[in-house]
Ligand binder design. Structure first.
Ligand SMILES: [Zn+2]
Length: 270
């Protein structure tokens, strides 16, 4: 469906033009015209999707994105990417946002669909403060790489709709599989929907709550692996993650590091 967003939009416009001209012939004619359209256009007419525009409608994908998993930073050089998963969470996400703001750093937030739906205020704040959105599926099933394609599609696209709607129509630019459980199919589904598959280079293991000092130490020791750093703002008590992020950002600056976003349209750099 979303792969055909552009065409759906065209057909939807045509369908509504036809609808307007047919309106003179009565409501029956209008309903007949819409029901007679192809499945995509009919769905577009009844159920708003990315191909439909309007104040509360998500924007359609603007660029083609590769299916390859991104790790590199758009800015290249010594830039790093801060990525924060499993939220939004009313307790931890605002604290992460405060720290990012204090340090003038932009990050990528990989969100769980139902949590985004539950906390649209947090999603809107993430967007308003210049961060980017990432789809982290509906239920965080780390075994989804062994599930049917239809299930993967539902996990990805249902969450995408929830995050987009919660944000007020901001484009979700990345897709990160739970636990890194990507498949060729899930990467294709995400890319077709305008979301670049997103990996990581530095796993802080903050999810296991090893202590803030250990999280900071992991960043320092694994940074040579590459620029994309993984933190969490949901899925449990993330107080250690908050403390670690507060220490890590100034340290990165002291190292001469700058901050960027993961590559979206470019091939991943080695
Ligand atoms: Zn996760």
């Amino acid at each position: 469906m979303r792969r055909m967003g552009k065409y759906t939009a065209h057909v939807a416009v045509l369908a509504s033009a036809v609808g307007i001209s047919l309106a003179a012939w009565g409501a029956t004619a209008l309903v007949g015209a819409e029901d007679g359209s192809d499945g995509g256009a009919a769905a577009g007419a009844r159920t708003p999707d990315r191909g439909t525009t309007g104040p509360d409608r998500p924007a359609k994908p603007t660029v083609r994105v590769p299916e390859g998993i991104a790790h590199a930073a758009e800015a290249g050089g010594r830039a790093v990417n801060i990525t924060i998963d499993d939220g939004p969470d009313p307790r931890w996400t605002p604290q992460m946002l405060d720290i990012l703001k204090e340090n003038d750093v932009k990050a990528v937030f990989c969100m769980i669909g139902p949590q985004a739906k539950r906390h649209p205020d947090l999603v809107k704040r993430v967007v308003a403060e210049g961060h980017r959105l990432c789809d982290h599926t509906m239920t965080h099933d780390t075994t989804m790489d062994r599930k049917p394609v239809a299930y993967q599609k539902q996990q990805i696209l249902d969450a995408l709709r929830m995050i987009e709607e919660a944000s007020g129509g901001t484009e979700v630019q990345y897709y990160r599989a739970p636990g890194g459980a990507f498949t060729p199919d899930s990467r294709k589904i995400a890319a077709a929907a305008g979301m670049r598959p997103l990996g990581w280079n530095v796993d802080t293991k903050d999810f296991e709550r090893p202590g803030a000092a250990a999280i900071v130490a992991t960043v320092k020791s694994e940074l040579p692996n590459g620029p994309t750093i993984l933190f969490h703002d949901g899925g449990g008590d993330r107080s250690q993650s908050v403390t670690a992020l507060r220490e890590v950002l100034p340290w990165l600056k002291e190292q001469g590091r700058t901050f960027s976003f993961p590559v979206r349209t470019a091939p991943d750099a080695p």
